[in-house]
Design a protein around this ligand. Structure first.
Ligand SMILES: Cc1cc2nc3c(=O)[nH]c(=O)nc-3n(C[C@H](O)[C@H](O)[C@H](O)COP(=O)(O)OP(=O)(O)OC[C@H]3O[C@@H](n4cnc5c(N)ncnc54)[C@H](O)[C@@H]3O)c2cc1C
Length: 236
């Protein structure tokens, strides 16, 4: 039976990051928007709080937050002569499903590309010579430069509250941030996260003890590691 719903200005099919950003922009422009999502309605308070969020069987084994390949099958063939076969269980590429799509469970890492990532072929050729990129390698420049995309990086970081410390504000290098990043017009909307103990060991003391010794002997490196371990034992 066909159900006739009230007319609306726009319908967005699929409410992941892309669909929700499009819907938000359209509603800001004054349109009435309906979002149609194939999956269920998952809300942070009901679905992503302790202890139920730690349900390994549901999420890690049965992969409930991902497209069910048995319902919506993707088929694969390795050559045009093969018969396409259905993939019943997805491996590394896991399309999201449910309200929020993959954005409901992503890792929340939102790096900007480096300016040289945007024009990689030109960058490599200029830096390492005409033969640096082998003929059969398909590396190309993006049609959009870092500078053109920068206002949108900025917008997205504000939209989802990315945290960090700028290392290059409008061309001015800032110590404590990533000094290799492209120039940003604004500081991050949120301050850097507090470092966990593991992160602290890895980035501060780990890097400091390793860097001078990387060029040193194996014995020096081992001494650096021993010092680290002794310091950890004392800390624990
Ligand atoms: C485990 C995991 C971790 C990740 N971590 C990161 C990270 O740290 N940083 C990062 O930048 N990216 C990360 N990603 C990638 C990022 O989450 C995705 O690129 C992003 O969420 C894609 O958004 P999207 O809106 O394009 O698609 P999706 O999130 O896939 O949304 C599409 C939506 O459309 C719905 N849909 C599809 N077909 C239909 C239909 N016919 N009718 C109705 N609805 C439909 C789906 O159910 C889904 O909700 C991660 C992805 C995964 C899977």
């Amino acid at each position: 039976m066909t159900i006739r719903l009230k007319e609306t200005d726009a319908a967005v099919i699929g409410i992941g990051w892309t669909g929700s950003i499009v819907a938000r922009e359209l509603t800001k422009a004054g349109l009435n928007v309906v979002g149609l999502e194939r999956g269920s309605k998952r809300m942070p308070r009901e679905n992503f709080t302790l202890p139920s969020v730690r349900d390994d069987l549901k999420y890690a084994v049965r992969q409930e937050l991902f497209q069910d390949a048995q319902l919506e099958t993707v088929s694969l063939r390795h050559s045009p002569a093969d018969t396409a076969l259905p993939i019943r269980r997805l491996g590394s590429f896991l399309p999201g499903t449910d309200l929020g799509g993959a954005g409901a469970h992503w890792n929340g890492m939102t790096w900007r590309l480096l300016p040289s990532d945007h024009n990689l072929r030109t960058h490599l050729t200029e830096r390492y010579g005409r033969d640096a990129v082998p003929a059969e390698m398909t590396i190309e420049d993006f049609p959009v430069s870092y500078d053109e995309l920068e206002p949108y990086y900025d917008k997205f970081e504000k939209l989802c509250g990315v945290s960090g410390k700028a290392g290059n504000l409008g061309g001015q290098i800032i110590n404590g941030g990533n000094v290799f990043e492209g120039p940003r017009q604004n500081e991050y909307p949120n301050p850097p996260l507090t470092r966990s103990m593991a992160g602290e060991i890895m980035t501060q003391r780990g890097a400091q003890s390793w860097l001078p010794s990387v060029s040193g002997t194996i014995k020096q490196r081992q001494q650096g590691l021993h010092q680290l371990r002794r310091a950890d034992a004392r800390r624990l």
